[in-house]
Ligand binder design. Structure first.
Ligand SMILES: [Zn+2]
Length: 176
């Protein structure tokens, strides 16, 4: 299984991720630049499009890709906190509200990776002062994610990847 990162240009530089297993793939947060995404997935069947939350910088290319691929869209409104399997892709959905009411994290246990959207960044957490944001819920989410193993690689919605262990040690919002 491989992870490909597409960073969209512009002020909001957002990370779109493509997870591939041979000729199958899933897309996480198609923020913008649909042609950039379609060229990277050329020849692969898109099994699903996963959304971490519906902020415009994370779903800009969604309408185009839905039409183009006919892949089902997974998001808070049709997911529960449980395990899912889509073809060769197995992941757990963890609700991580706080940045928004619909913020969630996709955790691939076997591959030791999680996709946190705008919940968790390297050394930071998402802002909670936008519509639907809640600092109280953010703290609950941080508390929840602390229970997961240190060696998980964290792929956030913006900027560089990190590990959960690194965040437990150095992220100021993870201090008790
Ligand atoms: Zn956001």
């Amino acid at each position: 299984m491989t992870v490909d990162t597409i960073v969209t240009q512009g002020a909001l530089a957002q990370n779109c991720y493509i997870i591939s297993a041979e000729d199958l793939c899933i897309i996480i947060d198609p923020g913008a630049e649909p042609f950039n995404i379609t060229s990277r997935i050329a020849g692969k069947k898109v099994m699903a499009i996963l959304l971490t939350h519906r902020h415009s910088d994370h779903i800009g290319a969604l309408p185009f890709l839905q039409k183009e691929t006919l892949a089902p869209v997974y998001e808070m409104s049709n997911l529960k906190e449980q395990n899912y399997s889509i073809g060769p892709f197995h992941f757990q959905v963890i609700f991580t509200k706080g940045h928004t009411e619909d913020s969630l994290t996709y955790y691939f246990e076997k591959e030791k990776m999680m996709f946190t959207g705008d919940f968790l960044f390297h050394g930071d957490v998402g802002r909670c002062d936008l519509e639907g944001g809640s600092w109280w819920k953010m703290q609950e989410s941080i508390h929840k994610i602390k229970c997961y193993p240190d060696d998980i690689k964290v792929y956030p919605g913006h900027e560089e990847a990190t590990t959960l262990g690194e965040e437990k040690k150095h992220n100021p919002y993870f201090k008790d």
